[in-house]
Design a protein around this ligand. Sequence first.
Ligand SMILES: O=P(O)(O)OC[C@H]1O[C@H](O)[C@H](O)[C@@H](O)[C@@H]1O
Length: 579
Amino acid sequence: MCWHISNATIHLTDTPNQPWETSMCLLQWSVLDSHYTAVQFVSAASAFEKVDFQKLQNGSDIRGVAVAGVEGEPVSLTERVAEAIAAAFAAWLCDRKKSDGSRPLRVSIGHDSRISAQTLQDAVSRGLAGAGFDVIQYGLASTPAMFNSTLTEDEDVFCPVDGSIMITASHLPYNRNGLKFFTNAGGLGKADIKDILERAAIIYDNFSNDALKESELAVSAAVRKADYMNIYTANLVEAVRRAAGNIEKPLEGFHIVVDAGNGAGGFFMGKVLEPLGAVTSGSQFLEPDGLFPNHIPNPEDKAAMRALTQAVLENKADLGIIFDTDVDRSAAVDSSGREFNRNRLIALMSAIVLEEHPGTTIVTDSVTSDGLTAFIENKLGGKHHRFKRGYKNVIDEAIRLNFVGEESHLAIETSGHGALKENHWLDDGAYLMVKVLNKLASARVSGSGCGSKVLTDMVDGLEEAEVAVELRLKIDQNHADLKGGSFRDYGEAVLKHLENMITSDSKLNRAPVNYEGVRVSGHGGWFLLRLSLHDPVLPLNIEAPSLEEAVKLGLAVLAAVKEFAALDTSALDKFVQGL
Ligand SMILES: O=P(O)(O)OC[C@H]1O[C@H](O)[C@H](O)[C@@H](O)[C@@H]1O
């Protein structure tokens, strides 16, 4: 918090010859000391509006509303809130990392194209600088690049940094923003975020105008700028060249279009594809624009995929590549307009990874299809471990499997998030596409194929359902039926009831192994009803060989959930009525 931070600053100024290590210890002591003081005086009136920090937690991220103007969505991620959270991250980091004595701890900051990015970057910088940290601003960057900056050894760009913050709300609407945190051990988990938000609440409650002024002064001395994206993209280029046998331009002759959806992913065209020799004409929406005027940058979004497909077909390109706003999700389209997203992207990545690591386990999220399991296990000879939704969940599960002796090299979600063991389990949409490019380039070098047909052939044999839908059933948190309880408890009660009902239907079978929600097979297909990771919503996925059979599955769910008055089943009602 700022006033403890100013304590630390005084220590530093008073003791000019003191090594940084000692100073950082003082800072740490000061943080702890002030923590207790703050707890004692927590009832002291804050100079700023009251904020419920825990509400900003979104799984392993922080998310909030950063731009005013949308009805019913008041701003929750203000500058002061962001500054307090950054100061809290500094305190959290101090508890885990000690400076080597030669310099203060340092944290890199990057952001996506959102219109609130600059303001939040300034606020986060103040929070870190006020805590005595060095702040390295990378400007427009991708989330995976930020994690990478904790691993890179290059003093020219002040790396490795001790921690990293990405300012992004991924694919959410323009008025939102958020923060993701990394150390060299990876992205922070839920418990760490909770801890940081608890610290931030105390810091915020004790902000004073004088202390805020001091952190403003500290910023100019602490901030440095670096072009880290150059280093990160050079590594991607190098990876493709290496895979193709050290050829300078392994993509020469390939026509590849990029759709960045006006997010941060435009770099992929100029800094990755072009140095590798690809023709990139027809690439679109590369200019960062935080209002996302063309489509939401999200490979799960149908309009976004349509826009990319159209660009590929119009330009007669070999391949199309799309990213989400902060480039941790991606998808592709082949020259015939066939999409590589969702199950098909996982099938393609599994085929690539299983060629390199025969028999390995592929960890996926819970909404993957039965056809994908059959493809991975029967055609590719791998093992499919269908786990929970959430990129952090699948990555952590893959890491756990390796730890207990089960080899796994790929953790991937239908959302387009994916991480490879060979890439430090970094959740990186750009690296997924590099693996795809490697395949294109090496197939041509070896004479085993040209163009994107080599990719299309790799997913040959993947059985795909005629009908695949996701319906999101909202829980009204203010409904009397919740009886004052949480939407999670209510959702769990719905799931329990569904589970009981299913056992009495001879045409339906519960999945023998399932880690999330209720997954049932029947009528030639399957459904999964589960709680959303973050929202008061029960997402329902149904896949079936025909609409008729999908409706039968939908009706089974409807029969079980209709008595839950707080659950809005209108999307399901419409679906079963064929509307
Ligand atoms: O549970 P849902 O509401 O479908 O959201 C699930 C999604 O939440 C976030 O966006 C995570 O970053 C994704 O990894 C996850 O797939």
